[in-house]
Design a protein around this ligand. Structure first.
Ligand code: GLN
Ligand code: ZN
Length: 767
């Protein structure tokens, strides 16, 4: 037989029960007992799903009320002093509210304190709580939750495998806080961390756990030599633990860490055979004869139905070589895909037949496992035949393959990504057309999404509001935004994005090739879930998407109105993307659709167009060696959408992060006439990268942080811009907030922008 398992299962619940319960608990509408009961219920349900599907092991340890990396921090007693948890640590039991305070600063009990930092987990859209480290840190076993969960699973009669973030990846993801960020020597903490892992493993062994999966995705990244040595040291030490260790790697190939990994003294190794199929044979050749190899062949990062026939064929020779030592699994935890496709009663049957969510991936894993032996039942045969038919249909479907899109793409030439003239000449023409003052003021696009706006959109979607009424209501919102901006004296206006619920969904809904699910939620962080569109087919734009709003907005004012688009890379990055062609090709298709929108906006008299690319940076591959390849096509896609504009049309872009040093050449290569960025929290030092690079075009360094409700003072913004002016020539500086204002209220936005305009006026007098 072939053992089957998953690295982890989504914990949010098919109906986002976990989100609802934790939020109710935070609000005081649900007590602790009820919250814990909901957690138990979800775990029970998810283990049952795994067993009922036929998996040989169920996974325990993937549940978290907030985040699984935070759970390990708590398990290790890595609770920063400001949370005042000394007593809890001494007792060896950190309270759940302390965990919540670490995650979000406050909880129903305990003093509020600054939350730990949160950031993206490898190249996923999942955010983890960064383990907070400091020199001389002590660790101690400080939670029994994991052991309790093991008991729960045993009580249900399950064969348990425990999954935990491994010690090196936990440290790798960790950081010192503030000024300590660079200084702490993480590896100096390893021994203390291993001590506790040793205790955890012993306790699990006492509970009768045979296998423990230690997740070490750090192994698919470029590791410094001392980290590789640390892996050797750590796993030699853990070797003495009385359990079998399954070392899980995923999100990519082992690359130059391959020799290291196959040599580690563990009983099993899991590989991501979806992202990195080529490493499998090499690993098999070098695998010691007692080791188990778990192959992640079902895509844990995407929602497509697997090609089980092809996998069966691919795995057969490996099965022949490895026998019982071959295990089959999804590539990574199913945390990154939605829960259950069967809830999607409104998706058309054809599209649905191409998809598999977490629940369906369990079945795929199990049937594939059985298909490698000879335990196939009649219903397995039917399952395989069904999958084969669906895949064949998908390969041929005219809904996916639109010859016109392919033809257009193949006719694209280099020149299509080039504006007519270089920036310097464009800037001259634009200055004449736009007649802007020095230090022009603008905003990033959205204005407060009031509850009336959201209600109006909802009513329209549900058919309670006619198209004409909706149109009129949105126009009224636009008119309101325009008159407020005029009254404030802003130089380049925006229409305010009242019609948009989400910057990707808005475009996806109007483009061919996208579909939307009703319950396709994926955890993003804590209780927050996102519902990415499904990009299933060739992308085309049946008709203009934003033009009527922009045209209307421009008709209300003599000031230039900025058109507002989401860029191709961001649309790609925030969707589930088809797996039957390179991401680059899909991105170019989106770029061409946006290119038509740029052309139409320009034809409608819009003289400035912003193409937002907040996700450009997060698309960077995990391996440095692959960065340039990605950046080249990503930049080219942006240019392809923008370059159709005449010299006189000013192209803006916006990015909301503050790390540009290592990608500054690519940022410059976008050749946007103006880039607005987040800088307010970095005291303009971030502009050093632009100065050192001699960044040639215009920059709007955000002068205030829109995430804070505080009203920025004029002096403060003037000072920041003075710092900016030390780095960038004043003719190329803009004055703007650091991101869109949709999450704020007008009571904050109006005075903040009034101050911002006044700051610009003062600057004009000075320079
Ligand atoms: N134009 C968008 C807005 O203002 C940009 C959002 C973003 O940067 N994420 O809301
Ligand atoms: Zn932003």
């Amino acid at each position: 037989m072939t053992q089957t398992h998953v690295l982890g299962y989504p914990r949010i619940g098919a109906d986002r029960e976990l989100k609802k319960a934790t939020e109710a608990y935070w609000k005081g509408d649900l007590d602790r007992q009820a919250l814990e009961a909901e957690g138990r219920e979800l775990r029970k349900r998810h283990w049952a799903a795994q067993r009922d599907a036929g998996l040989d092991l169920v996974t325990v340890g993937d549940f978290a009320f907030y985040d699984q990396v935070l759970n390990v921090s708590v398990l290790l007693g890595a609770v920063p002093a400001r949370f005042g948890a000394e007593d809890e640590l001494a007792r060896g039991e950190v309270d759940l509210d302390t965990t919540f305070r670490m995650a979000r600063g406050r909880a129903p009990s305990g003093e509020p304190a600054a939350a730990c930092e949160m950031t993206k987990y490898f190249d996923t859209n999942y955010h983890y709580l960064v383990p907070e480290l400091h020199a001389g840190q002590r660790f101690r076993l400080a939670s029994s939750r994991l052991f309790d969960e093991v008991e729960e699973a045993k009580a249900e009669g399950h064969a348990v495998k425990v999954a935990l973030t491994g010690p090196l990846t936990w440290l790798w993801l960790g950081k010192g806080r503030g000024d300590d960020a660079e200084a702490v020597d993480r590896l100096a903490l390893l021994d203390g961390v291993l001590e506790v892992y040793g205790q955890v493993l012993s306790r699990l062994a006492e509970q009768g756990v045979e296998w423990v999966q230690l997740d070490e995705p750090a192994l698919v990244q470029d590791l410094p030599a001392e980290w590789r040595q640390a892996f050797e040291r750590a796993y030699h030490r853990l070797q003495s633990a009385p359990v079998k260790l399954l070392l899980a790697t995923y999100f990519g190939g082992l690359g130059d860490n391959l020799s290291l990994v196959v040599g580690l003294p563990v009983e099993g190794l899991h590989l991501d055979a979806v992202r990195a199929p080529d490493q499998v044979e090499t690993v098999v050749d070098r695998l010691l004869p007692h080791k188990v190899l778990s192959l992640g062949v079902i895509d844990g990062r995407n929602i497509w139905r697997a090609d089980l026939a092809a996998l069966r064929e691919r795995l057969a020779p490996l099965k022949a070589r490895l026998g019982e030592r071959l295990w089959v699994a999804p590539s990574c935890s199913l945390l990154h895909v939605p829960v259950d496709l069967s809830a999607e009663t409104e998706l058309d049957a054809e599209l649905k037949s191409w998809l598999a969510f977490a629940r369906q991936k369990l079945d795929e894993t199990v049937v594939l496992g059985r298909a490698l032996g000879d335990r196939l039942t009649a219903s397995d045969e039917a399952f395989l035949a069904d999958a084969a038919a669906a895949l064949a249909a998908r390969r041929e479907s005219p809904r996916i393959h639109r010859p016109a899109v392919a033809d257009r793409l193949s006719a694209v030439s280099r020149a299509d990504s080039e504006r007519d003239h270089p920036y310097v000449e464009r800037a001259r023409v634009q200055r004449q057309h736009l007649a802007l003052p020095l230090f022009p003021t603008t905003t990033i696009g959205s204005f407060p999404q009031t509850s009336e706006i959201r209600q109006t959109r909802r009513a329209y979607k549900q058919g309670e509001l006619s198209a004409a009424d909706y149109e009129a209501r949105m126009q009224a919102e636009i008119a309101e935004a325009v008159s407020r901006q005029e009254a404030l004296g802003i130089d380049m206006l925006v229409h305010g994005e009242a019609e948009r619920n989400d910057m990707v969904e808005y475009f996806g809904e109007q483009l061919d090739g996208f579909a939307f699910t009703r319950f396709g939620w994926v955890q993003s962080y804590g209780s927050r879930c996102v519902k990415p569109p499904v990009l299933f087919g060739d992308v085309a734009r049946p008709e203009p998407m934003t033009v009527r709003w922009s045209r209307y907005a421009q008709s209300l004012t003599d000031k230039p109105m900025k058109g507002m688009l989401t860029g191709p890379v961001t649309i790609l990055q925030w969707s589930f993307v088809r797996d039957d062609q390179p991401r680059e090709t899909t991105c170019r298709q989106i770029a061409l659709a946006l290119r038509d929108e740029v052309a139409d906006l320009e034809a409608a008299g819009i003289r400035a167009i912003q193409i937002d690319e907040p996700a450009l940076r997060e698309g960077l591959p995990l391996r440095q060696a692959e960065w340039q390849g990605y950046l080249d096509w990503a930049v080219d896609c942006f240019r392809l959408s923008a370059a159709v504009a005449d010299d006189a049309t000013q192209i803006h872009t916006h990015m909301c992060y503050s790390e540009f040093n290592d990608i500054i050449a690519s940022i410059a290569a976008l050749d946007a006439d103006v880039i607005t960025i987040e800088t307010s929290r970095s005291d303009m030092e971030l502009l050093d990268a632009f100065r050192d690079f001699d960044y040639p075009n215009e920059i709007g360094p955000g002068v205030y942080d829109i995430h804070s409700p505080n009203i920025p003072e004029v002096d403060w913004m003037v000072k920041l811009m003075e710092k900016a002016a030390e780095r960038i020539p004043v003719e190329r500086l803009w004055v703007n907030p650091d991101c869109g204002l949709k999450t704020r209220g007008w009571v904050e936005v109006e005075p903040a922008l009034a101050n911002m305009v006044e700051a610009a006026q003062r600057l004009r007098k000075r320079y």
